[in-house]
Design a protein around this ligand. Structure first.
Ligand SMILES: [Zn+2]
Length: 207
């Protein structure tokens, strides 16, 4: 997986938004009233700042995201392009690459995980590199998304996400509390999903 979405990926998406090519067709029915997505209307455009990594420097790129509104019950949903993770500025590729590097390697510390690539990405705007604590937070986010997805499905996905990764124990040095252990297991569950399942997990209908 690439380390980051590119400026071109994000610009291409912005163009789709401007040309009205983002439609509600790919969304799930409304989770509140079950109305089909064809009845969703565009509610708002929100500008979002994304952080991408270009030659080991963190750069900001702005892009509008579309919010749809269910015309049955008024619930609104953000439509997330595939490079976006809800509530995160870094792109999906960056969040997944660094989180995976920590969770898949029993020996790695958060500090090591930051060094996953050739160097540590430097944040040019704030003048500081990617922090180990950022990866700690990303793992919590992925675990949270996985939990929400499981809760939304009748059958828990945990059994399905049964790559070798999920069955392995979490080494004791990776957590201090049982809550964190649980988070790491959930994050493994998330990373063990197939690409198709992961698209469902990120499906905008869930938020
Ligand atoms: Zn609705």
């Amino acid at each position: 997986m690439p380390l980051t979405a590119t400026r071109e990926d994000i610009k291409a998406y912005q163009e789709k938004v401007e040309k009205n090519k983002i439609t509600s067709n790919d969304l799930d029915p409304c989770p509140r009233c079950n109305l089909e997505p064809i009845h969703f209307k565009i509610h708002a455009y929100r500008e979002r700042r994304f952080l991408i990594i270009v030659e080991m420097l963190v750069k900001a790129v702005h892009c509008a995201l579309v919010r749809f509104k269910c015309s049955g019950c008024g619930k609104t949903f953000a439509f997330y392009p595939d490079f976006a993770v809800p509530h995160k500025h870094y792109t999906r590729q960056t969040v997944l690459t660094f989180s995976r590097s920590y969770v898949e390697d029993d020996q790695k510390t958060y500090k090591d995980a930051v060094m996953t690539v050739d160097g540590v990405p430097e944040c040019s705007e704030k003048g500081r590199p990617l922090a180990p604590s950022t990866i700690h937070r990303w793992i919590s986010t992925l675990a949270g998304i996985f939990t929400a997805y499981q809760a939304a499905k009748e059958k828990p996905l945990e059994e399905k996400a049964s790559s070798g990764l999920c069955k392995r124990q979490i080494p004791k040095k990776k957590y201090r509390t049982l809550t964190r252990k649980e988070v790491l297991l959930k994050c493994r569950g998330f990373l063990g999903l197939s690409p198709v399942e992961r698209i469902n997990v990120f499906s905008p209908g869930l938020r």
